[in-house]
Write a protein that binds this ligand. Sequence first.
Ligand SMILES: Nc1nc2c(c(=O)[nH]1)N[C@H]1C(S)=C(S)[C@@H](COP(=O)(O)OP(=O)(O)OC[C@H]3O[C@@H](n4cnc5c(=O)[nH]c(N)nc54)[C@H](O)[C@@H]3O)O[C@H]1N2
Ligand SMILES: Nc1nc2c(c(=O)[nH]1)N[C@H]1C(S)=C(S)[C@@H](COP(=O)(O)OP(=O)(O)OC[C@H]3O[C@@H](n4cnc5c(=O)[nH]c(N)nc54)[C@H](O)[C@@H]3O)O[C@H]1N2
Ligand code: SF4
Ligand SMILES: [Mo]
Length: 731
Amino acid sequence: MDEQIQYGACNLCEAICGLEFRIRDGHVVSIRGDERDPLSRGHICPKAVALQDLHEDPDRLRKPQKRVGDQWLEVSWDEALDEVADRLAEVARQHGGSAVAGYLGNPSVHNWGIMTHSSALFAPLKTRSRYSATSVDQLPHQLVSYWLYGHQLLVNVPDIDRSQFILMLGANPMASNGSLWTVPDFRKRLKAMQARGGRLVLIDPRRTETAEVADVHHFIRPGADAALLLALLQVIFEERLAQPGRLAGFTDGLDEAAALVAPFTPERAAAVSGIDAETIRSLARELAAAKAAAVYGRMGVSTQAHGTLCQWAIAMLNIVTGNLDREGGMMFPHPAMDLIKGAGSRPGHYGAWKSRVRGLPEFGGELPVAALAEEILTPGDGQLRALITIAGNPVLSTPNGRQLETALGRLDFMVSIDCYRNETTRFADFILPPTGGLEHDHYDIIFHHFAMRNTAKYSPPLFARPAGALHDWEIFVALGRRLRARLQPHARKPLMQRLAAKLKDEFMMRLPPHRMLDHALRNGPYGKRSSHKLSLKKLRAVPEGIDLGPLQAELPARLCNKTRRIQCLNDELRAELRRYDTVLATQQGEAPRDGELWLIGRRHVRSNNSWMHNAQRLVKGKPRHQLFMHTQDLAVRNLRDGQIVRVVSRVGRIDVEVQATEDIMRGVVSLPHGWGHARPGVQQRIAREHAGQSVNDLTDERELDLLSGNAALNGVPVTVLAQPLETPHAA
Ligand SMILES: Nc1nc2c(c(=O)[nH]1)N[C@H]1C(S)=C(S)[C@@H](COP(=O)(O)OP(=O)(O)OC[C@H]3O[C@@H](n4cnc5c(=O)[nH]c(N)nc54)[C@H](O)[C@@H]3O)O[C@H]1N2
Ligand SMILES: Nc1nc2c(c(=O)[nH]1)N[C@H]1C(S)=C(S)[C@@H](COP(=O)(O)OP(=O)(O)OC[C@H]3O[C@@H](n4cnc5c(=O)[nH]c(N)nc54)[C@H](O)[C@@H]3O)O[C@H]1N2
Ligand code: SF4
Ligand SMILES: [Mo]
């Protein structure tokens, strides 16, 4: 048969790289970067080939699975869907809908059907127990966007193609390919900036792959970024370098912010951060003087004890230097399918209810996932009894995974919509596997909101789905319909209203994602009222994607606050600034205590969270899950490079191989997350051979960013010891 060429986009990470697939006899023969893609311009990373590996993986589930004791039986879709709906409805009827929790994992935001249709499943349950990977990730960004600009998705990104200076904290785009910043081919764009005389300054406790290409790299003690960022602001105000320019015309609270940050001097920041006061002062001056500058911080500054304060200070730095909404500064993307000004926009809300056990605030309808286990384990009214996980692996991804395992074992019922039997889904009563990534179409609903250029692209499915297989969204609809029938939400309304509601439900549920896209495109910013006249038909005709141009200044029109003004402060932020003042007054600049070390995470370009270790082409070569530790920290403990060490935290301990390095700050150790596949019942043969240990057996569910409830996964105090002779803690 002839070779066919088809175009699409990679949905594995946030970079949305354009791909060219060559297909022969129904098999992928090559996957390459598509140079005509207006966003990625031919860039890809080694993970792109994993799309084929995932597609062909014999361990990937293709039929519904039912667990009976330790046995897994393949069952029909009808049997599975009926029984899952029966069991969920039973819990909801007995204990209320909120006794059924939902957890949405990271691939949910990379799979548009999950975005468009998850409400079909959750609405009939009326549950307030919603959790997701957001609260082990970017929650502080969303909270700050909501508070300052009025919408949780109104995020701004470095306009790198026109920047002259980037101050980056706690991000490693050379490995991650960018996050809350869709920036395919970061390296080439950075080189171009440097060729224009621009500079990248990076703040990270590890000398990372990004540090290698930065102009300047400073080590920082984990968790000390808030002190540094507030000190930068303090210097800018004190030395009268603030130049908000046109932003001043629609920004409230600048003077008060200046007064509130006044106590946070560079000297205080130096004492906790390990960066000296003079360096902080000159960094502030360089930032203030730069023509087009962007301050950007990601995972490292979000998943730490003062994540929201960090993100607030970053936003303030961009505002007071006049770089927000300026070309080459931090700009707001404007996607073709616009969830900010589009129909059904959800700006967010905060603290409308609290978690039952610890009283943590909801954000945008979700509770912090660090509280999931305790909500299952703690008896009483409102205790969680059932769980639905979708595209997630919280046992490996959320703090204190062992506690969550205990909790999952106690549920009355659990169902997982997932393609693998992994560390989490092995606890489910049913696993419902959706079609694979190459068997459904795709449009990136989420990440165009964070992209450094406005573009649009539709990827048709590469292969027809196998007979009987269901897409994620179809599973939601099938379950949602059954749940509605069992829970009869409209029962008390008059007949005509009931019929109308039912028709509306049916209509919405039957509307496939591509129809919703077409509608959103036509009515969106580049639709029928613009010169682009975007529609699905138009996207189909241009398979490499359509360029909608560089980011434009959007403020104040794009603000979603009622006042249409940036709101720099609110009571929560004021209180947090006061609280942080006391924290600094009591904190010592030393390593935690008694020879403790700070544990941080890391990512590698050949690995993706917890679920891509079953692709031989990605895991081959030397292991990538060792504990990194400074040579001198090893020496003072009489430990050797390559030996198995025991790492102990408040919540647990693991035994791992240690790797000596000079590329990490003294007092800091680093372990990547997403490993630990040797747990019983995991059906991923290759991953089990490259098991590693889970860093989240060490991270602490009690350590949070107080404002948002985001997990403080970085800066966890641990001790590292020689491994005792006996090896307890078999998985
Ligand atoms: N210590 C520490 N912990 C961390 C992090 C860290 O840096 N340090 N990072 C955190 C971050 S940023 C994130 S986002 C989380 C990720 O944490 P999670 O989202 O909980 O975990 P993933 O590893 O992304 O799990 C993805 C699951 O989705 C399934 N899947 C993949 N594609 C699909 C699909 O299309 N449909 C369905 N139904 N299932 C699919 C896979 O089989 C896999 O089981 O981890 C967090 N945990
Ligand atoms: N290859 C690959 N790409 C990915 C992923 C993946 O697993 N693999 N995951 C995707 C996901 S879900 C996400 S959210 C993004 C994350 O994207 P990034 O945030 O760019 O990636 P990380 O590697 O988590 O970078 C966090 C950095 O923060 C540093 N850090 C840790 N603690 C601190 C601290 O206290 N202060 C400072 N200043 N820095 C600190 C770490 O050393 C690390 O270099 O990546 C996405 N892309
Ligand atoms: S950087 Fe790699 S994983 Fe991310 S979208 Fe591009 S090819 Fe896919
Ligand atoms: Mo993430």
